[in-house]
Design a binder for this molecule. Structure first.
Ligand code: FAD
Length: 417
């Protein structure tokens, strides 16, 4: 192939990027392309993070003699337009699995066929691609995590790929302007996006990975990797992370990520509809309680601390996500969709598979084999923030032990069925 386009979406890296690697190996000239898609509504936190990712990617590509070509509009139309302009014979793309991504892929396949362009899809968003593992009892995806985890550990891995050496861009192609990273609003204490930042974090965190098994639930200790925003935007590949980190407990978390991606591929309505069959949903409409939850003023200190961490950092510790989500859906009995939307607005790592999959898991409408499980916030606080340091960090004062107000309780649960 003489000239080809690589359409970046959420694989914003040069290292271990199969679409970029293989296209560079097979084509003489390559156009690395990103299309800013106005139909994807994004929060200030994620807009800024994305802009930083793209700036970093452009720098890496320029260092290799190439560039990041940026366009605005419909990714399908723009990709085909650029391909036509440079006389490309094909387009490479990382396969993705949300309903929107799947529809985009289908449209791109049709457009490529009409234009006689070869479209090649590459794995890389997950470690094991959705659909690669089939449950023995039938069905197109695993509904329960533990059997998936067993099969996943033995699944074949592709090789981790290096960054391409030199990249030759076709002549006379305008690079286009990057979106601005000066975005108004959002969280004050967010991390910066980009592959360079991701690699720094991975390198620093690898040294602490041996603390993960014991420390990952310690709210104040903050001993998780905080790689999730980088994994979401593909600043680092999950396979690369798996290969670099020697902690089975941590690798299990990466498997959860793959698990929800294959759930989403099998059930694209995950963000909208209860996953669990036959579930009766009967949520309370309580705007005042929902607002208090969002603003971190429920009076339950561990819930309020988590919600304030979310707004301050565009991130929340996993244990706090479980507690706050359980509080909304199983104490206030407010719809998981409301909570998931609020999380999605603030989280840098907001992900269709992981956010909505986890919300449904907590709400009892999803993949949790124990749908009635709920987290008692007082007990969780005593266990995972025993000296109140996490709460002090986000509430400004240390809670008096044993004096946290309970949330409203109600018998029966909407998520039963
Ligand atoms: P680590 O503990 O260091 O784990 C490493 C990686 O494994 C994470 O970066 C993430 O990619 C993956 N991972 C860990 N736990 C999970 C999990 N339960 N499900 C799926 N993947 C996991 N994660 C997101 O990436 N995006 C979301 O939008 C998201 N929303 C969530 C909503 C709720 C209600 C809950 C309970 C969890 C949610 N999670 C989400 C999962 C988890 O909380 C975050 O991945 C984790 O807190 C990120 O921090 P970390 O990178 O330090 O994780």
């Amino acid at each position: 192939m003489r000239t080809a386009v690589v359409l970046f979406t959420r694989d914003l890296r040069v290292r271990d990027n199969p679409a970029l690697h293989d296209t560079c190996a097979s084509a003489e000239r390559v156009v690395p392309l990103f299309v800013v898609d106005p139909s994807i509504r994004s929060s200030p936190n994620r807009q800024r993070f994305l802009a930083q990712c793209l700036a970093d990617l452009r720098e890496s590509l320029r260092a290799r003699g190439g560039d990041l070509v940026v366009r605005q509009g419909d990714p399908v139309r723009e990709a085909v337009r650029v391909a036509r302009q440079v006389g490309a014979s094909g387009i490479g793309l990382a396969a993705d699995h949300s309903a929107y991504a799947a529809a985009r892929q289908r449209r791109l396949a049709e457009a490529c066929e009409a234009e006689r362009l070869a479209l090649t899809l590459f794995d890389g968003v997950t470690i094991v691609p959705p659909g690669a593992l089939k449950p023995t009892g039938g069905g197109d995806h695993y509904r329960v995590f533990t059997p998936y985890w067993r099969a996943w550990q033995d699944a074949r891995r592709r090789k981790v790929l290096g960054a391409p050496g030199r990249i030759a861009l076709p002549d006379k192609l305008a690079a286009g302007r990057l979106p601005s990273a000066s975005v108004k609003g959002g969280s004050p204490d967010v991390v910066a996006g980009g592959e360079s930042a991701a690699r720094e974090r991975l390198t620093a965190w690898r040294r602490r990975a041996n603390e993960y098994a014991k420390g990952h639930d310690d709210l104040a200790g903050d001993r998780t990797s905080r790689l999730s925003p980088y994994l979401h935007f593909g600043c680092v590949s999950p396979l690369d992370v798996e290969s670099e980190v020697d902690s089975p407990e941590f690798v299990r978390q990466l498997c959860w990520r793959d698990f929800y991606h294959q759930v989403l591929a099998g059930f694209p309505e995950l963000p909208r509809r209860a996953y669990r069959r036959g579930v009766t949903e009967d949520w309370r409409d309580d705007p005042a309680a929902l607002d208090a939850w969002k603003e971190g003023r429920t009076g339950v200190s561990i819930v309020d601390a988590g919600m304030r961490q979310l707004v301050a950092e565009g991130f929340m510790h996993n244990r706090a996500r479980l507690i706050t989500a359980s509080y909304l859906t199983k104490h206030l009995w407010v719809d998981w969709r409301e909570g998931a939307a609020w999380f999605a607005h603030w989280l840098l790592d907001a992900d269709i598979a992981d956010n909505w999959g986890n919300w449904q898991w907590v709400a009892g409408t999803g993949n949790n084999p124990r749908p009635n499980q709920r987290f008692n916030p007082e007990r969780q606080a005593t266990r995972f923030d025993p000296d109140g340091r996490y709460r002090e960090r986000y509430l400004g004062s240390r809670p008096e032990s044993g004096r946290q107000k309970s949330g409203r309780q109600k018998s029966g649960r909407p998520g039963s069925g």
